[in-house]
Design a protein around this ligand. Structure first.
Ligand code: AMP
Ligand code: MG
Length: 354
């Protein structure tokens, strides 16, 4: 088990899993004879990772769950900025000096990041790390001066992230630049962990890293996995809506996960790359997509874009759905979710002007 002093999002785990665990608990009381359900959890990527594997027999389910956790641990060793020997740390250490040869996994997560940056018009930006640090959100928080933020601006220029797919190298052209895949890496890890479970013979399962979840198949009784979306302004465990998932990933970005409040103003961990200040248009974004990488990258980018531009992007992308809670608490639901999402009885959806 890997335990580091990195901050974690345990609250989000509790919320998401309350529903899924509740669902599974019912099954375990009277499990169908033909299927085994195994649940395991470990600390990885700075958070509690939950894995559920469904397989024809217990040995296969146990093995699938173990392999999923091993895969996440392996990816953490490649991608973490908290591990000095990781490939991402080596890319950052060589900024302004030399390209670094990396594994296909690192190359893939970085190219997906640049693709999401393109889709969101730069709202998703894996170079905001130095600015995130300047706000010190994880250790009590501070408000950096305008000058300090302006000084960091050359470091968040995405055009200076140079991927060479032929040589499989990554080069950060400006000294002092850093890449941080915190906004997309958990979704990527969930995708890869699901592949590991499927290769091991699991017929269904769930991988959840904090608010990033990927499911495949159905529960042994034929039910879909149930997922709850946390209400961004109510206490942990109070839901905004619930949703059944099948072969889908879901990811939530919210301003309630890591933040500090000063003089009544909430400062949180998702920065608008245009201002290098916490994004102001949104309380939370939940994205449903077939890939965890897409769901995770888009939730962060769309959080920055806000309800109007964000919902327009969701509607434009096939196989992507979402729920956006605006800064004023208005709840917007994408077209494809309107018949699927069960909003809590006291919540009414809002509509954007056409
Ligand atoms: P998520 O929980 O998926 O919304 O990701 C939040 C994390 O992404 C933060 O803790 C930062 O490490 C990073 N981040 C913050 N702002 C951005 C942004 N605009 N684009 C990409 N990553 C970001
Ligand atoms: Mg994200």
């Amino acid at each position: 088990m890997v335990v580091r002093s990195q901050p974690s999002n345990l609250r989000a785990d509790v919320i998401v899993w309350q529903l899924i665990v509740w669902w599974l608990a019912g099954l375990l009381i009277s499990p169908p004879v033909s299927a085994a359900v195994v649940k395991r959890s470990q600390m990885h990527m700075g958070t509690l990772v939950w894995v559920t594997a469904v397989a024809p027999d217990n040995t296969t389910a146990q093995r699938a769950a173990a392999l999923a956790l091993e895969e996440i641990k392996r990816l953490d060793q490649l991608l973490s900025t908290w591990i000095p020997t990781s490939e991402i740390s080596r890319i950052n250490a060589a900024a302004g000096r030399s390209p670094v040869h990396v594994s296909p996994e690192t190359m893939e997560v970085l190219s997906s990041s640049l693709e999401i940056a393109r889709l969101t018009d730069g709202a998703f930006n894996i170079c905001v790390g130095p600015a995130v640090r300047a706000w010190d959100i994880n250790a009590g928080g501070r408000i950096p001066s305008k000058d300090e933020l302006e000084h960091l601006r050359p470091l968040v220029d995405l055009s200076q992230v140079i991927l060479d797919h032929q040589l499989q190298t990554v080069f950060l052209a400006h000294p002092g630049m850093e890449v941080d895949i915190g906004g997309i890496g958990k979704g990527f890890a969930a995708d890869r962990a699901v592949l590991a479970m499927q290769e091991a013979g699991a017929t269904a399962g769930v991988v959840a890293l904090s608010g990033d979840i990927k499911t495949f198949g159905r529960l042994p009784g034929g039910e879909r996995f149930v997922f709850g979306i946390q209400h961004p302004r109510r206490e942990p465990g109070r839901l905004l809506a619930r949703l059944e998932l099948e072969n889908e990933a879901v990811s939530t970005a919210g301003d309630y996960q890591r933040y500090f409040i000063q003089h009544g103003i909430r400062y949180h961990h998702i920065l608008d790359p245009a201002t290098l200040r916490p994004a102001r248009l949104t309380q939370s974004v939940t994205i449903i997509a077939s890939e965890g990488t897409v769901a995770d990258g888009l939730d962060t980018g769309i959080f920055v874009l806000g309800p109007t531009k964000g919902m327009a992007l969701i509607e434009q992308l096939p196989e992507v759905e979402g729920v956006i809670v605006g800064h004023d608490g208005a709840v917007y639901v994408s077209t494809g979710l309107q018949n699927r999402l069960q909003l809590e009885p006291d919540i009414a959806p809002a509509y954007l002007a056409p």
